[in-house]
Design a protein around this ligand. Sequence first.
Ligand SMILES: [Zn+2]
Length: 346
Amino acid sequence: MAQQVTQLYYKKKFIRKSLEPFLVGIEPITSKFVRNRLIVLYAHLYPEGDVPLDREDIKRNLKYLSDECQVLPLPEALDILSNDWDLPHRAVAIIVDDATQAFFQVGRKLLSDAGLPYTLAVIPGLIRSKGKEHLLARLMRIAGHSYWLSNQEMLERVLEWFGDTEHQETVSFDTVFSKASKLSELDLTRLLDHVRALDHDFMTWEELKELKSQDEVHFASHTMSHPQLRHASGAWLDWELSRSKAMLEKNLGVTVNTLVFPYGNPKNLTLEVHQALDRHGYKNSFFTEKGAVGPDTMRYSMPRLPLEDEFWRLRIHSCPAICSILYPGPKQGRVRSLGHQKYLSI
Ligand SMILES: [Zn+2]
């Protein structure tokens, strides 16, 4: 079965790759019949790390975007859509996720060498700083790390530390947040050791300020702790959305009204998350679903496509008319029920 799926994947990839010159070639005709849309690309830009492309591949992609597309600052592009004005041909905006040290050391220079504006999605709680909030964010980050340990196992470890082994079946990450918020810094540090919470290097506030003064960059919130937001509700959800926005605005002197969903899965936009986005003044949020953004796209369900992708696929994806045909959603959202949870469908 797995072998069949792999074969099908390579077959589809071969067909699309072979069709690339044709699809890009017919774009001028197709675009006469399909409304022009915005392509939003996401990247992490760790060229030496987790992506299959090397630095030269990424430079080639960036050069293509610089030479053959119109890369706009994200706020400007969204303004054009809100006002229903015409977008330029092949309008693209770039969002870089996570703001890691690897991006600061390497990826940032690739973008500035190509002269491209971008929006940086920052996780303020994970930026190293003194005080409880940073420790709390490192703890709540476990609500996103299901690939490292299962959620249930992580919750059990926390409860074990609290000496509460009776409620393992009913415990949620909300309970963890509420219990952990009351701990001292010393106890939080002990709890982090107990659950073996990960600790990575993200950019510092000083580095973010340096970036702001030198690059054509805007900022978005990527939450406080990078969790799967579908696990969040109540006080914890409010903290993830409101504190991340407030910290960015205060420390960098900017206005933040965009959220980039950690892990990019649309299931994270629960009804409660939708209401909290509204309440905390967010105007836009992005997933990593494939598609192009138009005036009719729901602003809390905007799709993004990978910048760190094979060159032929990036060329297809950066033709909005072709992209709209290949990936017709998402459009206006409506609430549908999925079991006991309500999600906004796209
Ligand atoms: Zn992320």
